[in-house]
Design a protein around this ligand. Structure first.
Ligand SMILES: C[S@@+](CC[C@H](N)C(=O)[O-])C[C@H]1O[C@@H](n2cnc3c(N)ncnc32)[C@H](O)[C@@H]1O
Length: 298
């Protein structure tokens, strides 16, 4: 794992509060990479990434916790298309309001609910979800092993953790370590774990690996497109009004591309399962009504 001890949680919250409207304008409703097979549009590629992960881990009607839900892109899609009962958690109050409005507009508000909270200090009931879903949020967590211990407890037996994450790759050289550290600083990641780190954290939490994809080559185009869009717009001068961290973020799109191309960073999709127990004692999602967790906690 590569650590970056200078990152503060308040900076992560501030970043997402501030830049969410810009993300929406320049990228789309999902705040994650696109997954390309050919010459799809960025919007199609973003949706493909969500669908590819869902195809590996989500079933119709699942109770799902979306950790780091952004503007609710995945939550709303899974609620609408698969009838999932979704609770989305985000550190950003701007995103929570945005996602709530988007769910209402998308007529998914009865199946998708959003809370503004820090997942690292949240306690949720044991066995309350079929799926813990997290796209590109675990990079921002300060104690990743502790999060996966809690996630394993929140899952019902037989439930799944599905994540996409930026990963530390080949960090044998000092140059590659520096590259990953630069990415961590610019993109506010207190650490980046490797594929092997994630596997051992999950194993320690009692979860079994089911799916493991390295999608680096299929997602890297994201940053070429973002770089072009930033260069063609005036967003860089606007960003500098909001301080160094925000401007740094835009200036480091090329750093992340270099990190992918050199192998210093990888992009992974992982699905883990909590072992099922004997049939009699399974806490199964028998409830037919969708009472999202956010509703229950209010
Ligand atoms: C790159 S965005 C991904 C958003 C969303 N998963 C998507 O794919 O569109 C990272 C998300 O993680 C959230 N996040 C970061 N740290 C968090 C924490 N400690 N608790 C809850 N959410 C967090 C941010 O608020 C943001 O919504």
């Amino acid at each position: 794992m590569i650590d970056c001890p200078t990152i503060r949680k308040r900076s992560i919250r501030f970043h997402y509060d501030l830049v969410t409207p810009f993300y929406r304008l320049f990228w789309g409703r999902h705040l994650h990479h696109g997954l390309w097979n050919g010459d799809e549009t960025p919007r199609q590629a973003q949706q493909q990434l969500t669908d590819a992960l869902a195809g590996e881990a989500v079933r119709v009607g699942d109770r799902l916790l979306d950790v780091g839900c952004g503007m609710g892109g995945s939550s709303i899609h899974l609620a609408r298309e698969l009838g999932c009962c979704v609770t989305g958690i985000t550190l950003s109050s701007v995103q929570q309001r945005w996602a709530t409005g988007a769910a209402w507009l998308g007529r998914a508000n009865r199946r998708a609910d959003f809370l503004c909270a820090d997942i690292e200090s949240l306690d949720l009931p044991t066995s309350s979800f079929d799926v813990i879903w997290s796209i590109e949020c675990t990079e921002h967590l300060f104690d990743k092993p502790a999060f996966f211990q809690k996630a394993a407890d929140w899952l019902r037996p037989g439930g799944r953790v599905a994540i996409c994450a930026w990963l530390a790759g080949n960090t044998d050289s000092a140059e590659n370590v520096q590259l990953v550290k630069k990415v961590c600083e610019a993109f506010l990641c207190p650490s980046l774990g490797s594929m092997a780190d994630y596997q051992s954290w999950m194993q320690d939490a009692g979860l079994c690996l089911k799916v493991c994809h390295d999608w680096t080559d299929r997602v890297a185009r994201t940053w070429e497109i973002c770089q072009q869009r930033v260069e063609r717009s005036r967003v860089r001068s606007v960003a500098s009004w909001f301080g160094k961290e925000t401007a740094d973020f835009l200036d480091h799109f090329s750093t992340i591309l270099r990190a992918y191309r050199s192998g210093a960073m990888r992009y992974g999709a992982l699905v883990f399962e909590k072992p099922p127990v004997v049939k009699d004692s399974i806490t199964s999602p028998e409830e037919t009504d969708c009472v999202t967790l956010a509703t229950r906690l209010r």
